[in-house]
Design a binder for this molecule. Sequence first.
Ligand code: SF4
Ligand code: SF4
Length: 59
Amino acid sequence: MPEGLIAVQGCRKCGRCNNICSTGALERIDGYSRINNELCELCMKCVIKCPNKALRLIE
Ligand code: SF4
Ligand code: SF4
């Protein structure tokens, strides 16, 4: 397990993080993003991409 977790809060379903994750950790459910932290490698690509700061690293 990596140190830290990516948490999602305030996702606005904009879709910009779609397909950016190469590990399959970023899931979309009814348009909202959700992170499977067991698959997440904390590359931060989704965090950087989100214009709403809905994805955050929790250390
Ligand atoms: S931090 Fe990287 S590995 Fe984790 S969900 Fe975002 S894009 Fe995927
Ligand atoms: S980029 Fe951010 S606001 Fe847009 S769908 Fe992804 S997590 Fe939600």
